[in-house]
Design a protein around this ligand. Structure first.
Ligand SMILES: [Zn+2]
Length: 336
């Protein structure tokens, strides 16, 4: 597995959000070490800055200018929880670059993980919020389209809904966005009825789950919604917005997953990618705020790739999953 990282990740300091700390970066890298020690073949790779054109494929150039200038001037605030410092522009650009490099590895036939911060999935076309400045998974999806892939899926298992990613591709049929998240919760979006608009209608799939949900409900979301829709969509690549704040020990999330759950999710997505003839998955770090849980969960995700996928089946009867299936059924035969 190729792992992309850069020390710039430690140079972004968001003093408004203590939990999204520079220490998250070495904690996540420790997870890679742990996976490597357990026998996962790891190739550490440097990454480069995402260039302006690549960022501008999904972000408004005026927003990028604003962010760069704010960072160069020493910093400022995008919202109540999202500070920008002098190292933030570089950190965000490297994080988006890492996601693009992970996508390149995927195209070359290798599973990859972009380990960087700050996270990205709350950042939209012309806004940053929720600790996020640029949207790495979205930038990588845009990069994938420019590299000739026709259909891209982004699967987001961070405990928060990725409102930024959803917004960017809401009217776009070439990028399928799938999210399972805690609800009601920050940022307040991601209802089952949010399914896209215009040409993109049907290409956003949300499964909001109640606080305290464990692997059984996640398994129902995967088997009841994500797997059938992904099989029918037939993506060229599956990008994973891999947040680990649905871990039971997380400081922000209220879910009940163990580290091993993320390994099973990774096994499932890796297995599905092969089945569909897609390139191997590219994982992009999002949230995860308990440092020990972050280390363990990164390791479990990497160990899960290539392992036997769990044979989850959906037999009905889960209210939250039923709502999402009903909302999406007009657009996907497999859900009717
Ligand atoms: Zn999160």
């Amino acid at each position: 597995m190729h792992v992309y990282s850069d020390p710039a990740s430690q140079h972004h300091v968001n003093e408004l959000a203590g939990v999204e700390s520079p220490e998250r970066f070495p904690a996540a890298l420790a997870g890679v070490d742990r996976a490597e020690q357990s026998g996962v073949p790891v190739e550490w790779r440097p990454c480069s800055l995402a260039d302006e054109d690549t960022l501008a494929a999904v972000h408004d150039p005026a927003y990028l200018d604003h962010l760069r200038e704010m960072s160069a001037a020493g910093g400022g605030y995008l919202s109540l929880d999202t500070a920008v410092g002098s190292g933030s522009w570089e950190a965000a650009s490297f994080a988006s670059g890492a996601a693009c490099s992970a996508l390149e590895s995927s195209i070359a036939g290798e599973t990859a993980f972009a380990i960087a911060r700050p996270p990205g999935h709350h950042a939209g076309e012309d806004y940053g919020m929720g600790f996020c400045l640029t949207n790495h998974a979205a930038v990588a999806a845009g990069h994938a389209l420019s590299r000739g892939l026709n259909r891209v899926a982004i699967l987001d298992w961070d405990v928060h809904h990725g409102n930024g990613t959803q917004d960017i591709f809401y009217a776009d049929a070439s990028v399928l966005y799938l999210s399972v998240h805690q609800s009601p919760f920050y940022p307040g979006t991601g209802e089952a009825g949010e399914v896209g608009e215009g040409e993109g209608i049907g290409f956003t799939a949300n499964v909001p789950l109640p606080v305290g949900s464990g692997e059984d409900l996640y398994a129902a979301a995967f088997a009841g919604v994500f797997l059938p829709v992904l099989r029918e969509f037939g993506p060229g690549v599956i990008l994973v917005s891999a947040g680990f704040d649905a871990h039971v020990d997380d400081l922000l999330g209220g879910m009940d997953l163990g580290s091993d759950s993320f390994g099973r999710f990774a096994a499932l997505i890796s297995d599905l990618s092969s089945e569909l003839g897609a390139t191997p998955p590219a994982f992009v770090l999002e949230g995860g705020y308990n440092l020990d849980a972050l280390t363990e969960s990164v390791a479990a995700t990497m160990q899960g790739v290539g392992e036997r996928a769990p044979s989850w089946e959906y037999s009905g009867g889960v209210r939250q999953v039923e709502r999402s299936r009903e909302a999406l059924a007009p657009f996907w035969r497999s859900l009717r």
